[in-house]
Design a binder for this molecule. Structure first.
Ligand code: NI
Length: 485
């Protein structure tokens, strides 16, 4: 991937609703979408829950820090039968995180040296473009706010279930048609403000570079092909992100066999996704018996609120629900919207098992780095996904990294929840250490931060429940704690 020098672009993280861009005429100075502005759906880019229910056995691979001085969160889907696309995403995410943490150069972390007022941040989020027939398309959006590489980078990954192969975006175009395709693209690009024949030639003439520059291509619902360029790649940086759409009639003759199938599955999707997986894991998450009305009075009894962030995750959340049920313990789940949309059944099981579900944003950005409209969108989209999954709107939210200010508070009516005990489980992945931290630090009425995306964290829970129950603690939801104190 070419190294790019980028300035901040404040994309609505994760929504990927692109502003309308056309192949001719004057583009917007920056095609970064406004969360409240007009949006165009591209294929299944909105990730409707109806579409995502086809994704049986999908696992969202999430990781994050809670370190406010070095905030990072990454996630990508692992779809059964599509190991090659998962491997490609995993590799890219690993490289990006290593770069952000400075591990690639053995030097100080990029996030330690940022001079921007907004602070460093790495966020990789996903959305499904197509999940139909033998075609899977996933877009990863990376926001990297560091002194080295500030900006937004998108990449579309494709999986060809018939050939069982990962296809980069440029693989949508047939080998023999690539020159014709690139020529047509150049003609359209050169009409855009901030783009010159020289800047386009520099990016696209070298055949070796093409895969890297043409790394975000996907079809619109009408079958046109949209090609997205990151800021500063084919034009001058002030021109921002540039999106070019080739009409269906123009692009169709140039498509590869896989490109044709991807186009068809975008415009006219099959009822199901069949990637030829020989084994689809059975659903692992069942609701546990609801312990019933909680009559604990936390002004008299010793209460504790265990909170589990960043999920739902499979199979970890299902395992956790079993542990909690064994002790009739209630907890609060601060869920991430993009995971709720993929696993509404797990969130439903959380509520049915007597737990509280609350909002942890759509894709875990530092909310204080966003505009008010973007903050609203992050929280509203997530609350809507929770409501769709459970029938209930959440009343609480936890800002990722605990990063909150007046702007964030003003953007929502949800009540913020931080924490008293941070297990730092994201760092240590050690069940004994996580259990020890909770048991040694927790005091009556504390809120404890754990992540149910990590197996080691979930594995720590039985010891916490056993020991603290023996010491007379009651495990309550955050709302219950607040209501009875
Ligand atoms: Ni979190």
């Amino acid at each position: 991937m070419p190294r790019r020098s980028l300035a901040p672009v404040f994309l609505l993280l994760g929504s990927l609703a692109l502003t309308a861009a056309c192949s001719t005429g004057s583009p917007p100075a920056d095609s970064a979408p406004s969360p409240d502005g007009p949006s165009r759906t591209r294929g299944n880019d909105t990730g409707s829950q109806a579409d995502l229910t086809k994704l049986k056995g999908v696992n969202i691979v999430s990781d994050s820090s809670t370190d406010r001085s070095c905030p990072w969160a990454t996630s990508y889907p692992d779809v059964p039968g599509a190991g090659a696309i998962t491997a490609a995403m995993k590799k890219d995410v690993k490289v990006r995180l290593a770069g952000f943490l400075g591990e690639d150069v053995g030097g100080p972390p990029s996030c330690g040296g940022a001079d921007g007022s907004q602070g460093p941040e790495l966020n990789v989020s996903f959305s499904f473009l197509v999940s139909s027939g033998d075609v899977l398309g996933v877009r990863l959006t990376t926001v990297d706010r560091t002194s080295n590489a500030d900006g937004t980078d998108t990449r579309a990954y494709w999986y060809d279930g018939a050939a069982k192969k990962y296809r980069p975006s440029f693989g949508l175009i047939a080998d023999g048609s690539r020159d014709a395709f690139v020529s047509a693209l150049k003609k359209r690009l050169e009409k855009r403000e901030g783009v010159t024949p020289e800047t386009v030639d520099a990016a696209l003439n070298d055949q070796e570079n093409r895969d890297a520059y043409l790394d975000d291509m996907a079809f619109t619902a009408d079958g046109d092909l949209e090609v997205d360029f990151d800021r500063g790649t084919v034009g001058v940086p002030p021109a921002g992100r540039i999106s070019v759409t080739l009409p269906k009639t123009t692009v169709t003759p140039w498509l590869s066999d896989f490109g044709s199938r991807a186009q068809k599955q975008t415009t006219d999707p099959d009822d199901k996704l069949d990637l030829g997986a020989t084994h689809t894991p059975a659903p692992t998450v069942a609701a546990q018996p609801d312990p019933g009305e909680d009559t604990t009075d936390c002004s008299k009894a010793k209460c504790i609120a265990l909170t589990f962030d960043d999920g739902p995750a499979t199979p970890e959340t299902g395992t956790l629900l079993k542990y909690l049920a064994q002790y009739k313990a209630r907890a609060t789940f601060f869920v991430v919207g993009q995971n709720v949309a993929t696993h509404p059944d797990i969130v439903r099981a959380e509520v049915q098992s007597g737990h509280e579900v609350a909002n942890h944003s759509w894709n875990h950005p530092v909310l204080t780095n966003l505009t008010s409209a973007q903050i609203r969108s992050q929280l509203q989209r997530t609350s809507a996904a929770i409501k769709a999954a459970t029938g209930k709107e959440p009343t609480l939210f936890r800002p990722p990294y605990g990063a909150i200010d007046g702007k964030v508070r003003a953007a929502t009516s949800l009540s913020p929840v931080l924490w008293d005990v941070d297990t730092l489980d994201w760092k240590f992945h050690d069940p004994a250490k996580v259990a020890r931290t909770v048991i040694s630090q927790a005091k009556p009425n504390d809120v404890v931060l754990i992540h149910d995306i990590h197996p080691a964290s979930v594995a720590a829970v039985p010891e916490v429940l056993r020991t603290l129950t023996a010491r007379g603690y009651h495990f309550v939801t955050v709302s219950h704690l607040r209501a009875t104190l």
